[in-house]
Every structure is written in C-alpha cells, then in structure tokens.
Design a protein around this ligand. Sequence first.
Ligand code: GRF
Length: 293
Amino acid sequence: MFKKLQAKWNVNGRNLLLIIATFAIGGSICGFLGRKLLLLSGLEKNFGWFLLYIILITILWPFCVILVSFPLGQFAFFKKYIKKILKRVMLSRSFVAGINNNIRIAIFASGAGSNAQKIIEYFRKEPHIKIDLVVCNKPGAGVIKIAGDNNIECLMVNREFPLGSDLFIAALKKRRIDFIILAGFLIKIPSALIMAFPKKIINIHPALLPAYGGKGMYGMFVHEAVIANKENKSGISIHYVDELYDHGEIIFQATYDILPADTAETLAQTIHRLEHTHYPPVIEKIVKKQKTS
Ligand code: GRF
C-alpha cells in the first residue's frame, strides 16, 4: 500500500512518512479545535452539535494540515493536493450548475468509422463529455455519414485546409476542443498539432505495439502480417500520439489468444470487437483524469 501511495504521489519514502504525519497531526489539531470552538458556543451535544462539528472540521481541516505542513517541510505537496481537491470541487459544482465546462472531443477518422460510431454512442449518456466534431480526409468515407446521422459537424481536411495548419488549429481551438481521438485516421499527425494538443491526442492500433506498428501497418495489413508470422497473440493498443507512427506512450492494451483456425479476416473481426469494447471507456477514463488533475 505504501509503495502504491509513494508512486501515486511521486514522493520518496521519507516524504511519504512526513506527509502521513502531517495528515495525522493536522487532523488531530483540527478535531481538537473543532470540539473546543463548539463547546464555546454553548450548544448541547445533540445531533445538531454533531452536524456543526462535522461542518466546522471540514472547514478547519485544510488550514490545520497546511499549518503543520510548514514545520514538517511538506507545504509544496499539500499546496498541490489542496489545489487538486479545489479543482475537483469547482469542476463538479460547475457541472451541477450547468456551466459550460464540458470536455470537448474531436474524432479524426478516414474510414468506415465503426469506432467513431461506438464512441459517439458511448458518450451520448455522458452529459459532460461532448463529441463536438469529426475530422475526415477522405471524401465518401463512412464516418462522414455517421457524423451527419448524429448531428455532429464534419470538417474535411485537404490541400486547401491542411491538417496542422494555423487555420486548422485555430478552428479546433475556437470550438474549445480538449482532446483529439484518432479512430482509423490515416494521415500522420503533424508536429504543430501535437504541440498544440500535448498529451491530448490518443490513437488506437489493432495490434500489440510496439510489434506490428509503424508506416504501412494499418487495417488488414496488420492482421495479415500477424497471421503470416504465426503469432499466438494479438490485441489492441491505445496510446498517446507523438511524432512517430504508432509510437507514443501506451495507455492500455488488451490481448487476444489467436486460434489455429483464425484467418486475417476473423482476427480483424475479433480485434474490432475488442476495440469497440475498450476504446470508449478508456477514453472516458483518460479525459476525466486529465481534466481534474
Ligand atoms: C481500427 O482497426 C483501428 O485500430 C485503426 O483503424 C481501424 C478503424 O476502423 N486505427 P473503423 O473505421 O473504426 O471501423
């Protein structure tokens, strides 16, 4: 448990102990002060007293913890910690109040768009995550109809309106796009776009990266190569996008044990099912986590 906390908070063992001590001492001082203050009020110890006590220590707690964090040398950690809590509270408050604090997503796709379809369906039930835009580079691609059927604007990129141009990036910023989700998008993402959306561009690849990734490894080429090499496992990889094809940090992988009877076609179907199951919830987890951290 301590190791997990250490990794989560990104601190060494000594600081972890000091942080726990800060929580303990700050919490005790807060409880003590809360009781003293309420006793001064002259209220009887009944349910109301207890309720007020809880409210009081909730207010006092951050002050006491911050106070103790100074002598224990942990102020920097707690400042960050309290900021994070405040951000979460503000976010949920604005959600409740209906303030437009939605997470806005653009899906980039070039093909049939079955993943785009699943993502759109999945987030329909989620009021704070909006699929705001579809970006496509291939006239006639299935995903264009999917966008239309779901009343989502589809922006076409081409020579006059290139991906990564200032104009294109400005269009995304104007729509307040927070995340870009690639779902079968066959153009390499230019550095300008990666720089404009750092760690906000996510891709799915139909194999277990780093194997079977890179230029030319897409669609059936991937599955044909996996079967030709008689692999006994394949799967999906969800990863952040960097300047290289299928190269950024891996966020999630799911594995499939290839059957002797599998062909490239049956493998493609199974992998597609895996993608449809995992991509939307993984996206949800990432965008929610990033928005509140
Ligand atoms: C998926 O297999 C995905 O892994 C890859 O492109 C394919 C897109 O399929 N990046 P679809 O258009 O979503 O059906």
